[in-house]
Ligand binder design. Structure first.
Ligand SMILES: O=P(O)(O)OC[C@H]1O[C@](O)(CO)[C@@H](O)[C@@H]1O
Length: 426
């Protein structure tokens, strides 16, 4: 369901380090590398807690009948995957009764104030998500919106409308939820935030959104079963080896490019996955992203003629679109576009992909890795999550770092706490 095409990457097969891939495959398989206590995502698509899943389905169904809006409160891995899945699967203008609104990923006073105003007299519920249970952004957003929900619905009703997803036993959010009588679902200890979208972090809100999460798991299991080879025939490893080979040649950044507007948040989710996993010890490709053809009209010039050997592109190409409209014939043809009449939008988008690849690769000397995706639905979402998680594990180990920690993020958190006067922080 994802094929890696290196025809336009400028890479020769010998440049891909098959031996290293084989060694690291053993390290991943035997769980003997750095960060090996965070490999729970490998078995998760089959090993997840089925009783908890059934319970989540019940609670989500009941919540769907009581609300119009679900406000999810979380940041980073407790936010991006949910939005990525929702927008990719339901689309940007869906007709499902439940709307998801995201909060806790910003401390902007304007954003929270406007959201709070918007939620006045609306039927909303809250899913507050934090693995550590101590993150400031979701913490303060929850304080505000919880108070509003209680004021609007009454304390007893609010208890039915608030769900917390957090650590099974530790952290301020777990304690708070237990004390106040909010239902909780568990993020496993051995799955880090950015690897957690298939745990209750993503699955519970997506159930509330009416998304078929069984199909998401089906896709993830398919990936788990497909991506078993110990060498470059494994597509996730092939992608990891290709980006490492370009990194070795001196490239500093990788832009993930989608031609589907509703996959913009796949890009955002991917940026956290690769950025937080690999940017360490002075190493790592800078993960950036673009949406084409939108950004061709803003970034296209830089990509075509800016400095070379800085950035390469990884293009997501969708084989089968969800809908397939065609351009209408117009009697007047004032715009001169009748030469496109009868052609489908997908056909035109696909021609654009070919044309852009040719322009960027041949004229622009910009390597392109192509990721061929079969489709853009729930099952494909599960597949791509597993694919990229396995790829980043391989890629991070190839770079010689621990892909499963994020010590650098703590520096800003510490400074912020110090400046805000958190007790016990010097
Ligand atoms: O779920 P939590 O613990 O609130 O953390 C949110 C995010 O913050 C980080 O710890 C740092 O940005 C991420 O790794 C994580 O996804």
């Amino acid at each position: 369901m994802i094929k890696v095409n290196l025809d336009h990457s400028s890479l020769k097969t010998v440049e891909l380090d098959n031996n290293k891939v084989k060694q690291i495959h053993e390290i991943i398989k035997t769980k003997s590398g750095a960060g090996n206590d965070f490999l729970g995502w490998i078995e998760w698509p089959e090993a997840f807690n089925k009783n908890e899943y059934d319970e989540m389905k019940k609670v989500a169904n009941s919540l769907r009948s009581k609300i119009d809006i679900l406000v999810t409160i979380g940041i980073g891995g407790s936010y991006l995957g949910i939005r990525a899945a929702d927008e990719m699967i339901r689309g940007l203008n869906h007709s499902d009764k439940i709307k998801i609104i995201y909060s806790g990923h910003t401390m902007s006073s304007t954003y929270i104030a406007q959201l709070s105003e918007y939620l006045k007299n609306k039927k909303f519920g809250i899913c507050v998500i934090s693995k550590s249970g101590t993150t400031t952004e979701p913490g303060i957003a929850f304080r505000t919106l919880e108070k509003q929900l209680i004021e609007q619905s009454g304390i007893e009703k609010a208890k039915e409308l608030i769900v917390a997803v957090t650590d099974g036993s530790r952290g301020a959010l777990k304690t708070l939820a237990n004390k106040k009588g909010y239902l909780t679902f568990t993020i496993p200890d051995d799955i880090g935030g950015r690897f957690s979208v298939l745990t209750p972090v993503g699955i519970f809100p997506l159930l509330v959104a009416g998304i078929n999460t069984d199909n998401i798991f089906k896709g993830a299991i398919k990936a788990k079963n497909n991506l078993v080879q110990n060498d470059l025939t494994n597509q996730a490893y092939k992608y990891a080896a290709a980006r490492n080979a370009l990194y070795k040649q001196g490239y500093k950044a990788e832009a993930l490019v989608t031609y589907e507007l509703q996959m913009q948040y796949i890009n955002e989710w991917w940026k956290q996955l690769f950025g937080e996993s690999e940017g360490k010890e002075g190493k790592g490709l800078f993960p950036t992203s673009m949406v084409f053809s939108t950004d061709l009209h803003s970034m296209g010039q830089w990509v075509q003629e800016g400095p070379r050997k800085v950035i390469f592109e990884t293009i997501i190409k969708i084989q089968n679109p969800v809908g397939n409209l065609s351009v209408e014939l117009d009697q007047d043809n004032y715009d001169g576009l009748n030469f496109l009449a009868g052609k489908s939008f997908h056909e035109i988008n696909s021609v654009a992909i070919e044309g852009v690849i040719d322009a960027h690769v041949n004229a622009g000397k910009m390597p392109n890795i192509i990721l061929e995706f079969e489709k853009m639905d729930d099952e494909q979402f599960g597949y791509l999550v597993y694919f990229f998680e396995l790829a980043v594990a391989m890629s991070g180990y190839m770079m010689g770092i621990n892909p499963f920690d994020q010590p650098g993020v703590e520096v800003y958190k510490h400074n912020m706490f110090k400046l805000l006067g958190k007790p016990g922080i010097k």
